[in-house]
Design a protein around this ligand. Structure first.
Ligand code: GCW
Length: 862
């Protein structure tokens, strides 16, 4: 934004803010405009792009209904600020604000100015609310809100919910955006702008929106599993930075950019996160570095939250269980034998540390703990279990109103040979434990167990984690991975919301204590507390925010962050609707662009599943990078090895977790346990999670398992081919910079998808000993040339050589698709032999369009 500083006068704010259409159109030629244009073109504005409404009718209507911005008492309630000299880096575009209402006002000035292509004045309501005003406030800050909205309407909104109402009729109407808190009013402001950004009408509004989950949080893992600017040498970020979004200790050209200095990207992030309702962030990795607990860092963290606070974003930190032993905290350190979670020493240390943080960050959220997992220390090192450890920490911070997020991502090999069984075996008994006071469950009230959606580790498809529903006496947070560690990183276009929707809407078949099915029992119902009554609720996204110019490393990775926020607010939303909103806000409302991009997004995750890990095979990635295929790898640690998961042999493929195998299935409630136990009733897309499937096993479509498996790999690739071409068709409608960036990524995406297909299929073939299936695939064809039929084309091959008799015509006279619904075009005929012909085949898989170009090299038959 162009507004210079938080304290500007209203008139100044309006005058200084150019509509963003001017930024894009470069009608101005001063250097600031050009800088802003670049900033926009980079994709750095995420979904906060306010492009002038193109439909003239809608634009006229909007202009009639949006004539003024009214935000009374805008400066009345400054948020807490710890850092005396908090300031932006020189030359920044963004600016600091001191209240949430200022943030709302400025977003309206900027957003409406851009959307309407003309400035909208900020006016006080002293002389009455003008027709066409957009009024923002709370019953406390705004007399207009009090007058227009009955107090009863606020009762169901809680702290974060908002309402948007049209008040009055026709030309004599205005819009009220309100909530019980200023942050809620800010959420409503973004909700209103979203309507306009997505070309929705803004008349006759009666919107009520209340989040289903209280803590809508991000875990940022610094640069681990981040694909947004970091690289192996730690200099991949802009200006030689290490790629991490927040600078604490940058050197060289960025040494002057370290916190407490505030950078543009922090505020773009704050605004973007507030726009989807995210209200907290852990800035450091769960493999935690104690530096974040040192006084110098705490000061820097306080400055960061000072800047984020008006946007409703709080801070928490990830910690190491044994941090008290770190000499950096001398003289206040403990020895290892003082890490007993029941001891006063241990609890006292954490209480002192939390108190120290609270002095600088009064609304500090608490700590996230990865304990006894992947080499991290934890209570088990001292003879205690996770309940003891979590409760020890929880007791230390409870008096300060803080929470402990204790992760359940544990897989100690001594617990069970099957990694998937281990977490529930450790945590379940603590949840079930009878307590002296007659209640059940040992975890303290200010503990939330943070559990990944699936039982393994963020694979492109997993069954649900059986802990959802089984932990009825415990608070539980759902952890989703927004950063695309196993799902294409910053190369593959992979919209993850369909995966999360699938998990959230899975029926756990949870029962009550009497074995009676719960009325609400989807994973989402469990997470939001509806099913089992938990009051502390949370969804945590492992975020993908970094120091890349588009902030996420792939323009389309922004969609995953957007979708995470929307689902954390309301998990019942459909992923298609979210994709539609994001596309309109981020790319365009164009009627060709929107359906094409939405369609690309909607099938993209299933395509990744298809060419990487189809039919329930899991964790086949190269062990270090988690990107490329590595199905043959066996590591020192079995449960990090692709071979441990695939169990490929001459009989078949997949991990038998049925009752005659590892019996993981019985961690689910009986309906699911029975379903997954039987290969016949296991959904095919989860097959190899639960069964060692014989190569000749007959699939539902009648094909042998081997054939189906190979076709799935091919379908995934052919979807990517379709996406690449579909994207090309949008060139004229999109801005060049972002178009070309995505185009280049899709080209690499296709190459890498083929690598997955070829590496895996070739490896499996060594075990199946079966021939490549060729004539039943969805894009399989036969062709007739010179009266002779040719078929049996391996879809994985890039080209096919056909021997044509000397006297025959080289022309393809017929194309016979195996799938009757498939269509084809002969793109090129050979005029002679030798020569080349190309046939494009298109069909529809269950997850979207597939496209295959057959390249035929014609040669003379000998
Ligand atoms: O998926 C694995 C990642 C680790 C990560 C771990 C976890 C931060 O490969 O990088 O550690 O999960 O969730 O703790």
């Amino acid at each position: 934004m162009l507004i210079a500083s938080g304290g500007v006068t209203l008139a100044g704010a309006v005058a200084a803010c150019a509509p963003s259409s001017a930024w894009a159109g470069s009608s101005k030629s001063d250097s600031k405009t050009i800088t802003l244009m670049n900033w926009e073109a980079l994709g750095s504005q995420m979904w906060l792009r306010y492009v002038k409404v193109r439909d003239p009718h809608l634009l006229a209507q909007h202009r009639q209904h949006v004539t003024a911005i009214v935000v009374d008492n805008v400066d009345a309630h400054p948020v807490y600020r710890h850092t005396a000299d908090l300031h932006m880096h020189p030359g920044s575009h963004e600016h600091l604000v001191t209240t949430s209402l200022q943030a709302a006002r400025d977003e309206l000035v900027h957003g409406l100015g851009g959307l309407l292509g003309e400035d909208v004045p900020v006016t006080p309501s002293a002389g009455g609310v003008p027709d066409g005003a957009v009024v923002v406030g709370t019953p406390d800050t705004s007399a207009a809100v009090r007058r227009d909205v009955p107090a009863s309407a606020f009762r169901s909104l809680g702290a974060d919910g908002y309402l948007i109402r049209s008040v009055g009729h026709g030309a004599n109407s205005h819009t009220v955006i309100a909530g019980n808190t200023e942050v809620a009013a800010l959420y409503g402001t973004y909700g209103f702008l979203r309507l306009m950004q997505t070309d929705k009408p803004i008349t006759g509004l009666d919107v009520v929106s209340v989040p289903k989950v209280k803590s809508r949080w991000l875990d940022n893992w610094d640069t681990e599993r981040l694909y947004a600017g970091n690289n192996a040498t730690g200099t991949g970020g802009l200006n030689g930075e290490n790629g991490s979004i927040f600078d604490f200790a940058a050197t060289g050209a960025s040494a002057d950019k370290n916190l407490p200095v505030i950078l543009d990207r922090y505020l773009v992030v704050a605004r973007s996160l507030a726009a989807v309702g995210i209200n907290g962030i852990n800035i450091n990795n769960v493999n935690a570095n104690n530096a974040y607990l040192t006084p110098a860092y705490i000061e820097q963290e306080a400055a960061l939250v000072d800047a984020l606070r008006p946007y409703g974003i709080r801070l928490a930190l990830s910690i190491r269980y044994d941090a008290p032993t770190d000499q950096r905290f001398a003289p206040d350190t403990l020895t290892a034998d003082q890490l007993d979670p029941y001891s006063d020493a241990f609890r006292g240390w954490w209480n002192r540390k939390a108190t120290e943080i609270k002095a600088a960050i009064p609304d500090f959220g608490g700590f996230t703990v990865k304990a006894n997992s992947e080499g991290q220390p934890g209570p088990q090192d001292f003879g205690y279990d996770h309940g003891d450890g979590a409760n020890g920490m929880a007791a230390a911070v409870a008096p300060l109103g803080m929470t402990i997020f204790w992760r359940t991502f544990v897989y100690n090999a001594d617990v069970d040979p099957d990694r998937l069984k281990r977490a529930y075996m450790e945590f379940g008994p603590i949840n079930d434990e009878q307590q002296p006071d007659g209640t059940k469950g040992r975890f303290a009230d200010n503990v939330l167990l943070q559990t990944k959606n699936g039982p393994l580790d963020f694979q492109a498809r997993e069954p649900i984690n059986p802990m959802f529903g089984r932990m009825e006496n415990t608070n539980q947070a759902l952890e989703l991975e927004v950063t695309q560690e196993y799902t294409g990183q910053n190369i593959m276009l992979d919209y993850l919301a369909p995966m999360w929707e699938e998990a959230l809407k899975t029926d756990t078949h949870a029962t009550d204590a009497d074995g009676k099915p719960l009325r609400h029992r989807l994973v989402g119902d469990i997470v939001d507390g509806t099913a089992q009554g938990q009051q502390r609720t949370a969804m945590v996204g492992v975020a993908n925010l970094g120091n890349a110019d588009d902030l996420t490393g792939h323009q389309f990775s922004q969609a995953n962050l957007f979708a995470f926020g929307r689902l954390a607010w309301d998990w019942t939303l459909g992923s298609r609707r979210i994709a539609d909103d994001w596309t309109r806000m981020t790319w365009s409302n164009d009627r060709h662009v929107v359906p094409t991009i939405v369609q690309m997004m909607m099938g993209s995750r299933e395509a990744v599943v298809s060419y990487q890990t189809p039919l329930g095979i899991a964790h086949q990635m190269h062990a270090d990078t988690h990107y490329a295929p590595g199905p043959s790898e066996t590591l020192a640690r079995p449960d990090w090895s692709p071979t441990y998961y695939n169990k490929a042999d001459s009989v078949g493929l997949g991990y038998d977790r049925s009752r005659t195998g590892s019996d993981f299935v019985d961690q689910y409630f009986p309906v699911l346990a029975d379903r997954y136990n039987d290969i016949k009733t296991t959904p095919e897309n989860l097959l190899m999670w639960f069964h060692h499937v014989p190569w000749g096993y007959q699939m539902k479509d009648g094909l042998p398992f081997w054939d189906e498996l190979v076709y799935r790999y091919q379908m995934g690739v052919q979807y990517v081919t379709w996406m690449r071409k579909a994207w090309d068709s949008l060139e004229a409608s999109l801005d060049a910079r972002r178009f070309h960036e995505v185009q280049a990524k899709l080209a690499q995406h296709e190459v890498d998808a083929k690598d997955w297909r070829d590496t895996c299929v070739r490896y499996w073939q060594q075990f199946s000993g079966r021939a490549m299936p060729t004539d039943h695939g969805p894009t399989s064809i036969a062709v007739v040339i010179g009266g002779k039929r040719y078929d049996g084309f391996d879809l994985s091959a890039d080209s096919h050589t056909l021997s044509v008799p000397t006297d025959a015509s080289p022309r393809i006279s017929r194309v016979i698709p195996a799938d009757r619904a498939a269509s084809y075009r002969i793109l090129q005929q050979a005029s002679q032999v030798p020569g080349k012909a190309v046939v494009e085949v298109r069909t529809q898989a269950f997850f979207g369009p597939l496209e295959k170009d057959y390249v035929f090299d014609l040669e003379l038959a000998s």
